[in-house]
Ligand binder design. Structure first.
Ligand code: TGC
Ligand code: FAD
Length: 398
């Protein structure tokens, strides 16, 4: 399926009111422009059709691999990009400027599948899986959430028993991005002592199925599903040996939440750019609507929030590179980025009037997508509580 939007020209321009490009290296700018060109060619002309038909374009996986969208911070020798965190952020920003679901595909593969194998895996696991994941030959998914345990993953019921020459895995995961198409799943499960470990489960293992989740009004171009394990025999060499406990999956989420902070601002930039153009072109009362103070207020506030978020993201990227970023700092950026993007999508849609509810423009799709982004990788309120615990020293989750 490749229904191109008729007469569609993606004229997106990046707002840079504060000359934040001065904070970027030439390499950063080159990476950003090459991913932006890719998105203009391979995503934006088709995305409304994919979203409308609830279609995940499988062919995008190989293409993402070719442009280095998978695992940008993983070393080159393991099939990653060997880049810094600002580069990773810029790649996520540009892809989500096109669509949050497309960014989901890339950030799950890089931060939630490649990263745990790289950080917690054996040398054999790294050599076996990472190059194929980095190139897009294989697609992976990350199974943490369960039907009865979303915000509270520590309560998970999925478990495995040591059967001598293999582990026997039982349980179910829900709401898993990429699941129906994935070749492998990094699955978090408890052992007989109740300790959480990561296991690599491969498609084709007996008793492992990945039913698709239907009826989503959000992330419609991303595929979501369940992971069901019914007496799945997992070879012992598929256990990630180097880290266990809830901190292992949470460490992956730190990386992915960083990507979301940048990605969401990409969606906001797209909405702002579309609203600015439309306001200048649309005539009411014999004037462009951009000449009315209330429309200018909306645009001025959008640009202010985008600029503030870009600065926050940039500083966070620097701290990630230095290995100094804390989970609470990442929570602040993820929470802020998504809230800013959701507000801007709503305001931009209003500027487009009735046209704003159609697939002629991107805001409605961004807005619906962002309802997932504000929920996954920790809900808006869970990130507030992570910040609250950091500020007061008192966790208020329980
Ligand atoms: P708590 O008692 O706070 O911590 C338990 C253990 O985990 C450690 N830990 C971390 N370690 C490293 N990095 C982090 N970010 C960590 N957060 C916690 C902690 O130090 C402790 O270790 P130890 O050794 O002392 O035992 O845990 P809690 O049970 O009270 O829960 C804390 C809470 C609520 C903050 C956490 O569980 C949480 O963040 N919940 C939200 C769940 C979530 O984010 N799920 C995401 C699923 S994946 C997903 O959504 C992918 S969407 C992808 C896409 O499509 O783009
Ligand atoms: P719940 O935890 O049931 O929360 C419901 C409400 O209660 C929320 O408003 C929440 O903030 C609130 N709440 C919960 N606990 C507290 C508390 N202590 N204090 C105050 N309020 C609280 N998971 C994966 O593992 N892998 C994936 O790839 C993945 N992809 C996803 C893709 C999509 C499209 C979606 C929608 C979700 C995905 N998820 C994935 C799951 C996602 O991480 C969870 O939906 C999320 O963590 C919230 O869990 P829940 O849906 O069970 O909500």
């Amino acid at each position: 399926m490749s229904e191109e939007k008729r007469n569609f020209v993606d004229e997106f321009e990046s707002p840079d009111h504060y000359h934040l490009d001065d904070l970027l290296t030439e390499e950063h700018k080159l990476i950003r422009s090459s991913v932006r060109d890719f998105v203009k060619k391979e995503i934006t002309p088709f995305i409304e059709g994919w979203a409308e038909k609830n279609h995940f374009p499988n062919e995008i996986v190989k293409k993402f691999g070719e442009i280095g969208a998978f695992g940008p911070t993983i070393p080159l020798e393991y099939g990653g990009g060997g880049l810094d965190y600002i580069s990773y952020g810029l790649i996520m920003q540009e892809i989500e400027r096109g669509d949050s679901g497309m960014r989901s595909t890339a950030s799950v593969q890089g931060s939630l599948v490649m990263y745990p194998i790289y950080a917690y895996g054996s040398e054999e696991q790294k050599k076996k899986y990472l190059p194929k994941l980095g190139s897009g030959e294989w697609l992976g998914c990350f199974g943490l959430t369960e039907p009865n345990h979303g915000s509270n993953p520590g309560g998970m019921e999925t478990h495995y028993e040591d059967k001598g020459d293999h582990y026997l895995l039982n349980g179910a995961k829900m709401w898993i991005s990429n699941a129906p198409q994935a070749d492998i799943a990094v699955v978090w499960a408890k052992n007989e002592e109740g300790r959480i470990h990561g296991l690599i489960v491969e498609r084709g293992m007996d008793g492992f199925t990945t039913p698709e989740t239907h009826g989503k009004w959000s992330l419609r171009a991303s595929c979501t599903g369940e992971l069901v394990f019914s007496d799945v025999k997992v070879p012992k060499e598929n256990l990630l040996p180097e880290k266990s406990g809830l901190g292992a999956p949470m460490g992956c989420l730190d990386k992915a939440r960083f990507g979301i902070a940048w990605g969401a601002i990409g969606a906001a930039m797209d909405c702002y750019d579309s609203a600015r153009r439309y306001a200048l072109e649309r005539i009411q009362f014999d004037k462009p609507i951009a000449s009315f103070q209330l429309v200018q207020k909306k645009l001025a506030e959008m640009l202010t929030e985008i600029t503030k978020a870009q600065l926050l993201n940039w500083k966070l990227g620097k701290m990630m590179d230095e290995g100094k970023a804390t989970t609470a700092q990442i929570s602040m950026a993820k929470r802020n980025g998504v809230e800013v993007a959701l507000n801007i999508a709503r305001e931009a849609r209003q500027i487009h009037g009735g046209m704003g509810i159609t697939g002629e423009y991107s805001m409605m799709r961004h807005m619906m997508n962002l309802e997932s982004v504000v929920t996954y990788e920790g809900t808006h309120d869970i990130h507030l509580l992570i910040l609250g615990a950091d500020i007061t020293g008192i966790p208020a989750f329980k």
